[in-house]
Design a protein around this ligand. Structure first.
Ligand code: FA5
Length: 364
């Protein structure tokens, strides 16, 4: 279209209408900016019409100028209007999308008991179901209960600084209990016979932290003193606990147990109870078996100590060893948790990582 044609009233009206339609149809501020360039910019029909005024005869210039101005202001006005509407829409959207409800409380995890606590209660339940009682003792214990009454000689290596954490000042006679066995003594002194007690609790040793040892760990102690108690009762009781915790060997899920001779000053005879390795199931110890890191290819892992209560201990607690006999055991609870859940590092139990506790199913 040549310059003068652009100035024709119909041409200007068409240019205005096209601009108005383009602005109305622009769905976003970006597309509106593009429509502005097309309909208001230097190369738009209205701008080119304005330039064409110069080539008109002088008498026609004023009228043509008015027509262009009317069309140009209508286009400009339509643009501003659409822009305001689109800006308002955008502001509304942003307000909604970025709204922050300051009254909403941050998500909070509910506290839950540690898997070790749950396990300790489960073990206690197994015995409570058989009529045993739960006994407790202090973690800061007198040396007499922790060692002397349990027949540890004055020069027993367990009394050395490298094994035991002593409570200051030196000579206080207090230690952080190194095992749950002092509760045996407290139970025999406090309770009427016969005695059937179970005692889960925390114990402390000057042990270095590694994959299977912690300086703070949990044990569960069991003590029975009654007439006619034999080693068979001990074995049967520990097998019952193993089945309750790991399942029965007969159905293919359980873990085999064995007892082998050992020495503890407070039991005679004494034994160690082992569980078949949960990782290799004993296969690593067979000829040609693959090596196993968990049990060092022994096929068995130590679970705890046990034995018949030493008559010397019964006498120290005022019990007649001619009439009564008893058995006792002390299992590592952390090891038990490791066996049950196939854990290969005891440190995971104490690091407090929620991913660990949640994976084991924290119970409230
Ligand atoms: C004792 O503590 C004896 N009081 C057990 C006992 C009780 C024997 C009653 C006879 C009669 P021992 O030192 O072996 O025994 O420890 C028992 C169990 O505690 C070990 O088999 C092991 O499972 C666990 N244990 C020992 N030291 C650690 C440690 N540093 N970290 C984690 N578990 C440990």
């Amino acid at each position: 279209m040549s310059g003068p044609d652009l100035l024709a009233p119909e041409a200007l009206e068409r240019a205005r209408d096209e601009a108005l339609a383009a602005f109305t149809a622009a769905p976003t501020l970006e597309s509106l900016a593009a429509a502005r360039t097309a309909h208001i910019g230097d190369r738009s029909a209205v701008a080119r019409a304005r330039k064409a005024i110069g080539s008109l005869p002088g008498t026609e210039k004023a009228d043509a100028g008015k027509r262009v101005n009317v069309a140009a202001s209508a286009v400009q006005e339509a643009f501003e209007q659409r822009k305001r509407a689109l800006e308002q829409e955008r502001d509304q959207r942003v307000l909604l999308e970025e709204a922050v409800d300051v009254t909403v409380l941050p998500p909070r995890r509910r506290g839950a008991r540690h898997p070790l606590t749950t396990l300790s209660e489960r073990v206690a339940d197994v015995f409570v179901a058989m009529g045993w009682e739960v006994a407790e003792g202090p973690e800061v214990e007198h040396e007499w209960f922790n060692f002397d009454a349990l027949n540890f000689g004055g020069d027993h290596p367990a009394r050395e600084m490298q094994d035991t954490l002593f409570v200051e000042p030196a000579g206080s006679g207090l230690v952080l209990r190194t095992h749950t066995s002092p509760v045996q003594v407290r139970s025999m002194l406090d309770r009427e016979l016969p005695i059937y007690v179970i005692c889960p609790g925390r114990v402390y040793r000057a042990d270095a932290l590694d994959a299977t040892h912690s300086p703070v760990f949990a044990q569960v102690e069991g003590l029975v003193v009654d007439e006619g108690i034999t080693m068979a009762h001990l074995r049967g009781t520990l097998d019952h606990l193993a089945v309750a915790l790991f399942g029965s060997v007969g159905d293919g899920k359980g873990i085999r147990t064995r007892i082998r001779p050992n020495y503890f000053p407070f039991t005679e005879p004494s034994a160690e109870m082992d569980l078949q390795c949960f990782a290799c199931r004993g296969a690593s110890a067979q000829p040609g078996g693959e090596p196993c890191r968990v049990c060092s290819s022994e096929g068995w892992i130590e679970w705890g100590g046990c034995g018949m209560v030493n008559p010397t201990v019964l006498v120290a607690c005022g019990i007649d060893p001619e009439r009564y006999s008893g058995f006792a055991f002390g299992m590592g609870l952390d090891r038990t948790l490791m066996f049950r859940h196939d854990l290969h590092d005891i440190r995971d139990i104490y690091e407090g990582d929620l991913r660990f506790t949640s994976a084991l199913g924290s119970e409230v």
